[in-house]
Every structure is written in structure tokens, then in C-alpha cells.
Design a protein around this ligand. Structure first.
Ligand code: ADP
Ligand code: MG
Length: 302
């Protein structure tokens, strides 16, 4: 990870033909820290999972409230259940490996259409309807998420290679909440055919939080937090303990990319949390109480 030298160039490739791009990214990173110095506002990346799209969900209301209080939320959303429902309509059976969706061409088409369309616009619409300001986009827009497909078993699933946060910063500067659908563009040369890639939303959120040097990364999910082998919530996890839980399979499935993304984000982000998105106003609670050891509403990683 190259954030120190170039906060948005994740993997400096030897054959990187994008020298101009790297320079641009360096400028973006500088602009980022300047913009952040100009502002005392707290930048928080919130990952919303498929479980928190219910009609009585308070997440959107909380986001609007936080925005009005002067926080700068950045939303990265999944779409688990909605995407799976649409896949079923197409007769495609969802398949996951270690929490990542196996993505063939048909699945990719549905994922891209549903995530960047139905799910993204519904979320943006809900924020706007509740008096917030939001702009929806995907990782393809502004070249925010640039990736490679490295695991043939997973198909069109991207490993993020570069994050360009300039489009997100422009949206934040305009007083809007960026709402990001985790679809990436495959890196390539000018003549290459365009290839979109599916990115797990937890991984996208972790990478975006790190590239933005966010103050906090908060992952909302459908369990009370990270659970131990007796299914009790672990309030605080060191990075080492978190890795141990994954290795021993106590953490499995969709919790794996969450834990791994928190660990990755901690290179640049001060605080990372995995909390119960089903709990009303959990997002506000994350800010009301001092989120140190006394944090009682989920798991703090790091
Ligand atoms: P999301 O939409 O929040 O990404 P996921 O289903 O992808 O939801 O991931 C959360 C799921 O991870 C939980 O519902 C739970 O089934 C699973 N999981 C596996 N191991 C653990 C663990 N140790 N603690 C909590 N959840 C776990
Ligand atoms: Mg998930």
C-alpha cells in the first residue's frame, strides 16, 4: 500500500504507463489534505449493507442529520438482498466464496444495473427526500475505482489497484454526500475493450476510506457486531485478534471482507467499526458516545 507517498496510488506498478495519472493522483492527494485542512469537519465513510434498506430503517435520516451537523459522510453501499432478488428473477443462483459474489457475465450485468441503478438511485432519492444533499455515482465515474480481475474462480470481481478520490472530493466540496456503488473499471491501455468489475462493497468502503484518509469507517451490517465462538459480541478487536478470528474460521462469509477492510483501512483511518445496522439510530449513537473502549454498540477494530 502506497498511501504515504501517494495516497491514492495503491500499487505502484513497474510498468505503469500512467505516469501522468500518478502525478495527477499526487496532486489530488495534496488537494485532499489541503481541503481537509481548510475544514474542521469530520469525514466519515459509512458502508451500508443490503440488510439496511428497509422502509423503517433510520440510516438515511441519521445520515441527513449528521450532514446537517457538519459531518461529511461518504456512503458506499452494497445491495446484497436486492441484487440477489434480481438475480433470482433472471434465474441466476447467487454463489459466494469467502463472502465474495462469484460474478459471471450475466451476474455482472445484473450487479451493475441493479447496484448503480435501482439501489443507488433509491438511496440518493431517500436522502434528498429527507432534506439531505446527495449525489450518486459508481466507482467507474471519475475513474474512482480502478481494478483488475485476479481470481478466475470469482470471475468479474475486481481487486482494487488505484483509487482516485477527486470526484468524491468535488461532490463533498459541493456540500453533497457522495453515494458510491461499488463497480470498478478494469485497468488497461487505451485500445483495450472496456470491462466493468464487481467490487465487494466492504472492500470498496475500506479502500475509499483509506484513500480519503477518513476519520472513521463505519460498517453497518445485519448482526450485532463481530461475534466470538460463543456468539457474543466482541467490543474491541486488535488487528492481530481480528486476523486470528478469520484464520480460525470464527469469522466467516460476509464478515471476512469487513474485517479485512477494517484492517486495511486502519493504515490511514483512525477508527473503524462494525455495527448493527438494524438497530434504530445506531449511526447517531456512534457519534453521541465516546467511541473508545466504552463503545457498546458493536465492534471496534483496531
Ligand atoms: P452485509 O450486507 O452487511 O455485507 P453479509 O451477509 O455480507 O452482510 O455479512 C454479514 C454476515 O457475516 C452476518 O450476517 C453473519 O452471517 C456472517 N458472519 C460470519 N461470521 C461472523 C462472525 N464471527 N460474527 C458476525 N457475523 C459473522
Ligand atoms: Mg456483504
Amino acid at each position: 500500500m502506497q498511501y504515504q507517498e501517494d495516497s491514492v496510488n495503491l500499487h505502484s506498478s513497474k510498468s505503469d504507463a500512467n505516469t501522468d495519472m500518478s502525478v495527477k493522483n499526487k496532486q489530488d492527494a495534496t488537494n485532499n489534505s489541503q481541503r481537509k485542512n481548510d475544514s474542521s469537519r469530520s469525514l466519515i465513510v459509512v458502508k451500508i449493507g443490503g440488510s439496511t434498506f428497509g422502509s423503517d430503517d433510520t440510516t438515511v435520516a441519521d445520515l441527513v442529520k449528521l450532514q446537517k451537523q457538519g459531518f461529511q459522510p461518504v456512503v458506499v453501499h452494497g445491495g446484497g438482498k436486492v441484487v440477489s432478488d434480481w438475480l433470482k428473477k433472471q434465474g441466476i443462483r447467487p454463489k459466494f466464496i469467502r463472502g465474495l459474489r462469484v460474478t459471471d457475465q450475466n451476474t455482472l450485468d445484473v450487479v451493475v444495473g441493479v447496484l448503480t441503478g435501482v439501489v443507488n438511485k433509491t438511496l440518493v432519492g431517500e436522502i434528498v427526500l429527507r432534506g439531505g444533499k446527495a449525489v450518486g455515482l459508481s466507482g467507474v465515474d471519475g475513474g474512482i475505482l480502478q481494478a483488475d480481475a485476479e481470481n478466475p474462480e470469482l470471475g468479474f470481481v475486481g481487486t482494487i489497484k488505484k483509487v482516485d478520490v477527486s470526484a468524491l472530493l468535488d461532490i463533498l466540496d459541493g456540500g453533497n454526500i457522495p453515494v458510491l456503488a461499488p463497480v470498478a473499471i478494469k485497468q488497461g491501455r487505451g485500445g483495450d475493450p472496456i470491462q466493468l468489475l464487481n467490487i465487494n462493497a466492504d472492500i470498496a468502503a475500506g479502500e475509499v476510506a483509506a484513500a480519503l484518509k477518513a476519520d472513521r469507517l463505519i460498517m453497518l451490517t445485519d448482526v450485532p457486531g463481530v461475534l466470538d465462538s460463543s456468539r457474543r459480541v466482541i467490543k474491541r478487536l486488535t488487528q492481530k485478534q481480528a486476523k486470528g478470528l478469520v484464520e480460525s474460521n470464527i469469522v466467516a462469509g460476509g464478515m471476512v471482507p469487513k474485517i479485512e477492510s477494517c484492517i486495511k483501512a486502519l493504515e490511514e483511518v483512525k477508527e473503524t467499526f462494525i455495527v448493527d445496522g438494524r438497530k434504530p439510530h445506531i449511526l447517531l449513537e456512534c457519534f453521541e458516545k465516546e467511541a473508545g473502549n466504552s463503545f457498546n454498540n458493536g465492534t471496534r477494530v483496531g
